[in-house]
Design a protein around this ligand. Structure first.
Ligand code: ASP
Length: 298
């Protein structure tokens, strides 16, 4: 809000907002202190989209840089590309002058070690890097205590420009190199000044398969209200088959600044809303929509 009040564009506001969460070591779903993958590495996914131009930038499986959102923005601004992954993303972050940092905090690593050792013998844990059967352990990613979380920001500035930013360290104990919905434009993030913007949290594989964020914006384009558009995108998740269907929450803002937050998690899930006339952000309860859930090989 400070950025918006200073006359800066929505894009600056979402980047600044996401950076705050990325810096928070107590938040284990993103940036510094994010829960690691199966091998103990924090791999970050992030994307940013500018509703003025539909330009977007993203990074996936980025290691060692706490502000994935800012690296994503640089991809958008400096390259003719949208998405860089893994080593290329890391190399680019260094080239752009970002500072390397240790993202693995002692408490996140202790939680990782403790959870893995509950599931496997010490000898297996110690040789996991050489293991040929990592896929066997990926069910640990369904640990409800540590599964995931993502930060979503959507902003509308005084000029009517929309921007959206998404950042996450993804699912705890995910397979190395697994990329979720957050860095995929159209899945976890989409913004178009003419209609609105949408972002997702939850089981990224579902938003990927349903093209969830883009669906919301297309539904807005057809003339639906923001509530109807997000509800429909949530209900579309019921078309997904397969054995792995879990949490999904979608946040949206239409071009007039009307928000909508929906979730298939238990009722009482919230999002935060702040306008220039409010003195503090307010919690808004998300609308609950039941969608199919199953986790085949728990
Ligand atoms: N959507 C994120 C992912 O799949 C995680 C989450 O929001 O819980 O990586």
């Amino acid at each position: 809000m400070a950025a918006l009040k200073a006359g800066r564009p929505a894009l600056d506001a979402v980047e600044a907002g996401v950076r705050e969460v990325e810096s928070d070591a107590a938040d284990h779903s993103v940036g510094l202190g994010g829960y690691p993958n199966l091998l103990g590495d924090v791999e970050q996914d992030a994307s940013i989209m500018d509703g003025r131009t539909l330009l977007a930038g993203a990074v996936a499986a980025l290691k060692g840089y706490p502000h994935a959102i800012s690296v994503a923005r640089k991809v958008m601004e400096m390259l003719p590309h949208v998405l860089l992954v893994g080593e290329g993303a890391t190399r680019f972050a260094g080239e752009m002058g970002f500072t390397l940092a240790e993202l693995r905090t002692p408490d996140a690593m202790a939680a990782w070690r403790e959870r893995l050792l509950k599931a496997m013998p010490l000898a297996t844990f110690e040789t996991l890097h050489e293991a040929r059967d990592l896929a066997h352990w990926v069910y640990l990613a369904s640990d409800p205590e540590r599964a995931g979380g993502t930060t979503n920001f959507i902003a509308l500035d005084a000029e009517g420009n929309l921007a959206s930013g998404v950042s996450t360290s993804g699912w705890f104990a995910k397979y190395p190199g697994r990329v979720g919905d957050s860095p995929i434009i159209g899945a976890g993030n989409y913004a178009d000044n003419r209609y609105g913007a949408a972002t997702c949290t939850g089981m990224g594989e579902m938003a990927l398969r349903a093209g969830a964020a883009r669906s919301v914006v297309l539904y807005l384009k057809t003339g639906m209200t923001v509530d109807a558009a997000v509800r429909q995108a949530m209900l579309d998740l019921n078309d997904l088959g397969g054995d792995y269907l879990d949490s999904m929450s979608i946040l949206a803002l239409d071009r007039e600044g009307a928000p909508a937050g929906f979730t298939n998690l238990e009722q009482g899930e919230i999002y935060w809303m702040l306008t220039d006339t409010m003195t503090a952000p307010a919690q808004v309860i998300r609308t609950f929509v039941q969608t199919h859930k199953r986790w085949g090989k728990r």
